[in-house]
Design a binder for this molecule. Structure first.
Ligand code: 4NP
Length: 154
């Protein structure tokens, strides 16, 4: 796993948090994995992350201030080794857009956390700060799982 793309719907809440958590935690353990994020939807292309996502991530030490939303594009299915979807709807959307010759794997992110439930990162967009804080914690668990998996693979 050398290049990971985190994918959600809008690319302003969950996947930018996942990207920032992964970038920070991978650097902390000297893990050489490039990370990025994108959304299946195009509503927020060019926008910064949601203010609640920025605040809840910042409270845990993760910086989303430079994030700009972008949509998943066809080249992503070859540019990245694995596309990690936040929920099953995102995963279905990726599967339906994935070119036949694509090399990337498509997977749900949260099972890497090792948590029995949930399997999906809940969409906090219409929720409150508690929902965002919960998402940050889930994503930290998932990233720790990715780190553990990488350590076992070497
Ligand atoms: P995200 O959250 O997929 O975690 O970035 C959402 C952001 C925007 C919308 C839905 C979910 N939206 O409907 O605009």
């Amino acid at each position: 796993m050398k290049r990971l793309l985190f994918v959600c719907l809008g690319n302003i809440c969950r996947s930018p948090i996942a990207e920032a958590v992964a970038r920070t935690e991978f650097a902390r353990v000297d893990l050489d994995i490039a990370v990025a994020s994108a959304g299946t939807g195009n509503w927020h292309v060019g926008h910064g992350a949601d203010a609640r996502a920025i605040a809840s991530a910042a409270a845990q030490g993760y910086d989303l201030s430079a994030h700009r939303a972008r949509q998943v594009e066809v080249a992503d299915f070859n540019r990245f080794d694995t596309l990690l979807a936040m929920d099953r709807a995102n995963l279905r959307e990726l599967s339906s857009r994935c070119p036949a010759q694509a090399t990337a794997r498509l997977e749900l992110l949260l099972p890497f956390s090792g948590l029995a439930t949930p399997a999906e990162v809940p969409d906090p967009y219409r929720g409150d700060m508690d929902d965002f804080e919960h998402v940050v914690l889930l994503l930290r668990q998932a990233v720790q799982g990715l780190i553990a998996r990488s350590a076992n693979a070497t």
